[in-house]
Ligand binder design. Sequence first.
Ligand code: FMN
Length: 377
Amino acid sequence: MADLRVIVDGLKLPNPFVIGSGPPGTNANVICKAFDEGWGAVIAKTISLDASKVINVAPRYARMRVGPKENQTIVGWQNIELISDRPFDTWIEEFKQVKQKYPDRVLIASIMEEYRKDAWIEIVERCQDAGVDAFELNFSCPHGLPERKMGAAMGQDCEVLGTVCGWVNAVARVPVWAKMTPNITHIEEPARAALRNGCEGIAAINTILCVMGIDLKTLRPEPTVEGYTTPGGYSCKAVRPIALRMVMECARMMKHEFPGRSISGIGGVETGEDAAQFILLGASTVQVCTGVMIHGYGMCKTLCDGLSAFMDRHGFKSIEDFRGHSLQYFTTHADLVQRQAQAKAAEKNAAKGMVTRDAAWSGDRFVEQSSKLVSNE
Ligand SMILES: Cc1cc2nc3c(=O)[nH]c(=O)nc-3n(C[C@H](O)[C@H](O)[C@H](O)COP(=O)(O)O)c2cc1C
């Protein structure tokens, strides 16, 4: 039987599954529910010192569904939700209560503040005095907060991000992860700035800035609030390939420049097999946010069963047995071309009916030829 336990940055988790910051970690009540259902750790909803500045709207979600009408699957989820609108003092009390009830479980505070040293120091010191086990710095919320130069606005500016990480790490006595925005061309750059300034790890990714769609009857964009909207953050299954790519890019950079630092993979995870892919790219833990909003807290058991079954199939006894294994298989396109030539793949593939030269595409067999070039089915 596979051992799912993880030790990351000194934190001991019964399994790698972590509640990602958002509605599933939005008060003590639901955080306790997550621990009861067996989640490895919980990252609470992002908090700031002055919640009175946070004003949410409703509705604030829009979903993308695919499949036949009677059996549709949710593949994409947009939100225009802000960080927590609950008072900071209430959160401090709840952190204490949760840690009293679950002293051995890992509770991580997600924090965000304006670009002021005293504010960051105060939020870190008060949360760690309340007993949280680690911090995740939210440099990545794509909507609402950037207008106050917070969230993704900080995450896209390596100098500002690095300075804030320096302030935080000067006072933090517990591990600190920096949560990256995907709304940037080279995610390794802010990741590098965070790690250079003392963070133990990075978390990637937050939501991708999006416009879900336009209602063709009303001609208004979704989610519609009094007839108007604002671009929001995209999550769920549809973002997983992008998240995997960004985790891979961070992992490759970190392997060379920051060996031993950690990655928490996030984006579209709903099964143990999804999680296995993030771990194969170097993640030690895997966060789930939207999946919990669709399937509920009980999905932790399915996640653990799926990951365990995958490990058993390969004979992996622990997470470390396969963490980062698949990174070695990424290369340049030029190298792929060279490898294929060397292996005389052209002839072999031709024998299997696979198109290797553009001239071989046929109008009559086009769909069959396309299908034969697919590798993951
Ligand atoms: C409704 C909603 C609210 C979120 N709020 C936060 C937040 O307060 N802080 C944060 O760091 N990320 C927040 N996120 C982002 C998630 O933690 C996660 O990074 C992202 O949704 C991708 O993962 P997923 O596909 O598992 O949801 C939120 C996501 C959703 C869907």
